[in-house]
Design a binder for this molecule. Structure first.
Ligand SMILES: Cc1cc2nc3c(=O)[nH]c(=O)nc-3n(C[C@H](O)[C@H](O)[C@H](O)COP(=O)(O)O)c2cc1C
Length: 361
């Protein structure tokens, strides 16, 4: 039976989604994910000030008709401003409003936004309250948190204060990243924390708990659900240059282990590489798209048997003709792609991840 995940009035037919990924998860990446079976996406964190001031910030939040259901993720430091940002997103047609209390980046923390708010629970709760008041009951609200600001008992107490307030205020759900803010992306995500969380709060009515951290391939989604009891799972670095993680997860749901274990063929990769580039050009123009797509190309190259050569070629791409030239050179003859552990990026499973910091915020 297909599991139904509820976020307020919204129902998802699969227990996973594409996470917010600053600098990556734009409309182009989201549409590609959806075409591979992703049931739900979150935008990268959008600064309330960008939305309030209009212009480019507002433009970057524009929605494609095919990009639903979607959560608009907000980051800010003042309740009234972030509430105003939430109203703007509701007006733009976002299906869910998600509040970011998780971003560990220093320039965000210094401004009392994102993960910084985990250490000042009164401020965090005031923001959560203002947002849900502004949004009203028609559009569900959710929150993205880290497991705490650090490993101290005080940080744990702050976490529970914020988490309980999220439930009491009527939020539809929360996604918890099992790393602390201090930890950034170093070391493993603490799935034991997620287990304890669902043991404590798992029975709460109309409240859906999501987990995040160290989900690199489709099997990790179901491992996390089994081991931690979360309702649904955020796929983050594991889906950069790998939309097939969603096809494979759908196959696992259907009990089709053979499809789930089959890596994308060279022709399937070529089609996605072209589609993603063209969507990105339509969104950003050729110059910016070329720059953005290089980092995707590097990740896509992991599925090619000549990974190192392909990666080098993508790094030099300056426009659509150059992108097509890489496809002509390496993707014009069909054959099996690379999957499983061999296709994982270097940081997967590393004790010390070298993950880049979000760039667009
Ligand atoms: C480059 C990058 C940008 C990110 N941007 C966001 C963001 O805008 N919003 C958010 O909620 N999480 C963001 N995250 C955190 C991820 O959604 C996720 O929680 C984290 O990467 C842990 O999952 P993973 O270990 O499976 O990658 C970002 C992570 C990375 C690596």
């Amino acid at each position: 039976m297909t599991p139904m995940i509820r976020l307020g009035k919204l129902q998802l037919d699969a227990p996973f989604f594409q996470a917010g990924l600053a600098g990556y998860s734009d409309t182009a990446m989201r549409l590609v994910a959806r075409r591979h079976g992703c049931p739900y996406c979150v935008t990268e964190a959008l600064l309330d000030q960008f939305l309030i001031q209009g212009g480019r910030g507002l433009k970057s939040a524009d929605l494609d008709d095919g990009d639903h259901p979607i959560a608009g993720q907000l980051m800010g430091s003042h309740p009234a401003d972030i509430a105003a940002g939430a109203e703007i997103l509701v007006g733009m047609g976002y299906d869910v409003i998600d509040v970011n209390l998780a971003c560990p980046v220093k320039k965000i923390k210094k401004k009392s936004r994102g993960g910084h708010l985990m250490s000042v629970p009164d401020e965090a709760v005031a923001i959560l309250d203002a947002v849900i008041q502004a949004v009203g009951s028609d559009v569900p609200c959710t929150v993205k948190l880290r497991r705490g600001s650090d490993d101290s008992p005080g940080a744990l107490a702050n976490f529970h204060r914020i988490f309980q307030a999220t439930i009491d205020l009527g939020y539809a759900g929360a996604v918890v990243h099992g790393r602390s803010v201090e930890q950034k992306y170093l070391g493993p995500s603490n799935w034991n924390f997620l287990r304890a969380l669902t043991d404590q709060y798992g029975g709460v009515d109309d409240f859906t708990i999501g987990g995040s951290g160290d989900v690199w391939q489709a099997s990790d989604i179901f491992k996390m659900i089994d081991q931690t009891g979360v309702d649904f799972v955020s796929v983050a670095r594991g889906c950069i240059g790998n939309p097939w993680v969603f096809t494979q997860a759908r196959a696992l749901l259907a009990g089709d282990t053979q499809t789930a274990a089959t890596p994308p063929t060279i022709f399937q990769q070529r089609d996605v590489l072209l589609e993603h580039f063209q969507l990105s050009v339509a969104l950003h123009g050729e110059q910016l798209a070329s720059r953005l797509m290089r980092k995707f190309g590097i990740r896509f190259s992991r599925h090619h048997p000549r990974c190192d050569e392909v990666k080098k070629s993508f790094i030099g791409v300056m426009g659509l003709p150059a992108w097509k030239a890489v496809l002509d050179k390496f993707y014009s003859k069909d054959g099996p792609g690379v999957g499983g552990d061999a296709a994982l990026p270097e940081e997967a499973g590393e004790a010390e991840s070298t993950c880049p910091e979000p760039q667009s915020i």
